[in-house]
Ligand binder design. Structure first.
Ligand code: ZN
Length: 690
């Protein structure tokens, strides 16, 4: 019996794949890859692209093609059997990746191609994208410490392993501290202002969690939906202050269970280790190490970028805070706003000023029409045609399959579109690759395939599925990632599509495409009332625009506070003085914050993005990518939002090039200059002089 996950050269056979196929297929591919690599290395040089790098690429591709449908099924039609098989493979895949990353002979073989050991200067004759693959591979090998002298290598490994334990502990402390706190209220009056949905959530939590006690009442927890609901809606100011205090002291020396869960000492040690690791690799500090794989050149460049934004956004942020304070006083609120008042009065002000809700817009966004509108928008921009293809097997009857052809009628990509939320499907929206574009050794071309997944609310009763404007934007966002993956012309999988694209540049195409959800010319293509066919009324449209800019100054300075804190903490670390975490944060707040938190605030102790996630010295990436996408879009504002020439330029310089070039070079080729922060500031309403 053949295993449908092995040697699949066409689309995954979703009607045949079962959980029993998964582990044997992965085991077999890993074993065959290991044997082939060992044999090739034993054979020795000369190493060339054709006899070494290409076969390595093909082996990686075969593994990806087996694993991507598995990982996708696990996310969208999860079952106990599937989960067991999926989880059994995870450590095997991670061991395999680590093994390759630490294989010095493998590193030397790539180095040999780079240095032209095959005789002559092969490297110089390789195409740009192949050179880029070799360079990236060597860079990543060096960054994993493979090139270090024996003693340093051992030290590097020990530090890495300690770091991984500490970051896991950091995340666990945040989780445990979050879960440990709760407040059960039995007096309904204290919950005044909270919507029914929040009360239902508190009630449910009380019934589930209050095991030994009375199961009545409403139980508030520190989980995000609960915390946000209290901050936004609870009229009881003392209640808000209490929940705020609990939230911002989590996992700190001033919170409960300080002895077990204080992240303070962990932050010190994590920063010390990162600094030492960076030093072993030849960097002055960890910020430099982090930027080695990113679009930004240096910490100084990022700092200038952030400071510049902060300077521009601060006046508007202060003005917004003053407006909010005046509004709160008029509403009988406090004389001086505290952090636990911001979301509460912010929501009231938003409602007073823009009585627009997602519900009002929904009738104008029937799902089918929005999808058709999206395809029309990308047709006008890039000349591509999206057509549905029937008869393709999928994992659920709701899933649709499409093909993309370009102006010349060439098939460029294919994708599965899975829009509705359902049971056993992971929440959120994402694009994942199913097949990479690459030129095979036999000369044939592998066409890229994408999974586009959303979780839109299924239709109620006889109404067609209607989307909120947020959902429309999400669809455009993910489709932007999809186009980056599918429209690539790069033929080496290491840098085709989104592969090898720097972290701080990868959100450019996705955020870029969102812009067409906000312009009249594009909305007129699809935003029509599902019953009357009426176009989106101008008043609703204008309200939507104004609401988009609401409190954007305050939001911007808050993001900048986090970004600056993260970067400076990693850049200025000094073993002689330690990390000075609180001191650094206080200093940055004096510079950019408009409202200073109380002394007990230990926000940093729960900042998992940088202490437990992949954002260390990289949190700025959010803003960086926003600047790129707003600036790229501004060329369309200048030339016309459906200008064909401009669309083609974006296609040719950005979407088709994947990771084959430095992102700054690509951006400049499209925009004709370096990125400017002004378009983003205008989009946020921070700059209004044009
Ligand atoms: Zn994204």
């Amino acid at each position: 019996m053949s295993n449908p996950l092995l040697n699949n050269t066409d689309l995954p056979a979703f009607d045949q794949i079962t959980s029993e196929h998964i582990e044997p297929a992965i085991d077999q591919i890993l074993a065959e890859n290991r044997a082939a690599i060992a044999q090739r290395l034993e054979q020795g040089g000369p190493f060339t692209w054709d006899n070494f790098a290409e076969p390595m690429d093909a082996m990686g591709d075969r593994l990806d093609r087996a694993w991507s449908p598995v990982s996708h099924l696990n996310a969208v039609v999860n079952s106990p059997e599937l989960r067991v098989a999926y989880e059994a493979c995870l450590p095997k895949l991670s061991d395999y990746a680590t093994e390759l990353g630490q294989n010095e002979a493998l590193f030397r073989a790539y180095e040999a191609i780079h240095q032209g050991d095959g005789g002559g200067d092969e490297f110089a004759t390789l195409s740009g994208e192949r050179r880029k693959v070799i360079e990236n591979t060597l860079r990543d090998f060096r960054l994993s410490g493979v090139d270090l002298p024996a003693e340093d290598k051992a030290r590097y490994k020990a530090l890495k392993s300690e770091l991984s334990q500490l970051t896991t502990k950091f995340a666990n402390n945040v989780l445990d501290a979050t879960n440990a706190w709760s407040l059960t209220l039995t007096d309904r009056n204290r919950l005044a202002g909270l919507p029914e949905s929040a009360l239902g959530m508190f009630r449910q939590t009380a019934e589930r969690e209050n095991q030994d006690e009375d199961k009545g009442g409403w139980r508030i927890s520190l989980a995000a939906p609960s915390f946000i609901a209290v901050m936004t809606y609870a009229e009881d100011r003392d209640l808000r202050a209490m929940v705020y205090h609990a939230f911002v002291t989590r996992a700190s020396e001033v919170g409960p269970h300080a002895r077990e869960w204080d992240n303070g000492p962990l932050m010190e040690r994590i920063l010390a280790i990162r600094h030492e690791l960076a030093g072993l690799l030849g960097f002055t500090n960890y910020a430099e190490r982090s930027l080695a794989t990113k679009m930004a050149d240096s910490p100084a460049q990022v700092l200038e970028f952030l400071n510049n934004l902060a300077e521009q956004a601060a006046p508007r942020a202060r003005q917004e805070l003053d407006e909010l304070a005046a509004f709160a006083r008029d509403a009988g609120g406090p004389d001086a706003l505290k952090p636990w008042d911001l979301a509460f009065y912010g929501e009231r002000l938003r409602q007073a000023r823009f009585d627009i809700s997602q519900e009002q817009l929904k009738p104008y966004f029937p799902a089918d029409r929005v999808v058709a509108g999206l395809f029309e928008v990308v047709n006008r921009l890039f000349g591509i045609r999206v057509t549905e293809r029937d008869g393709i097997t999928t994992w659920h009857p709701d899933v649709r399959f499409y093909e993309i052809h370009d102006r010349d009628g060439e098939l460029r990509g294919q994708f599965y579109l899975d829009l509705s939320a359902r049971q056993h499907k992971r929440g959120g929206a994402w694009m994942a690759d199913c097949v990479q574009r690459r030129r095979r050794a036999d000369g044939s071309l592998q066409i890229p395939v994408a999974f586009l997944t959303c979780n839109f609310t299924p239709p109620v009763g006889d109404e067609p599925p209607l989307l909120t404007h947020d959902e429309v934007t999400t669809l455009f966002h993910e489709f932007g990632h999809g186009l980056h993956h599918m429209l690539t012309k790069v033929e080496t999988s290491g840098v085709s599509g989104i592969n090898g694209v720097a972290w701080d540049a990868v959100e450019l195409p996705s955020q870029f495409l969102e812009n067409w959800c906000w312009v009249r010319e594009a909305l007129d293509l699809f935003a029509r009332h599902h019953q009357t066919g009426e176009a989106l009324p101008q008043t609703l449209f204008e309200n939507m625009q104004a609401a988009r800019q609401f409190q954007s100054g305050m939001q911007t300075v808050r993001q900048l506070e986090f970004s600056l804190f993260d970067l400076i903490l990693h850049q200025e670390y000094d073993p002689a003085t330690g990390a000075r975490v609180q001191e650094t944060l206080d200093r940055i707040r004096r510079q950019v914050a408009v409202l200073h938190p109380p002394e007990y605030n230990r926000f940093q102790n729960g900042f998992s993005h940088i202490f437990a996630g992949g954002y260390a010295a990289g949190y700025y990436s959010y803003k960086w990518a926003e600047v790129l996408s707003a600036d790229a879009f501004s060329r369309f504002e200048e030339d016309g939002v459906f200008n064909e020439r401009t669309g083609t330029d974006f296609l040719v310089h950005i979407l088709e090039r994947g990771g084959s070039e430095d992102p700054m070079t690509l951006f400049k080729a499209f925009r004709g200059r370096e990125p400017s922060i002004e378009p983003l500031l205008r989009q946020h309403g921070i700059l209004t002089d044009r």
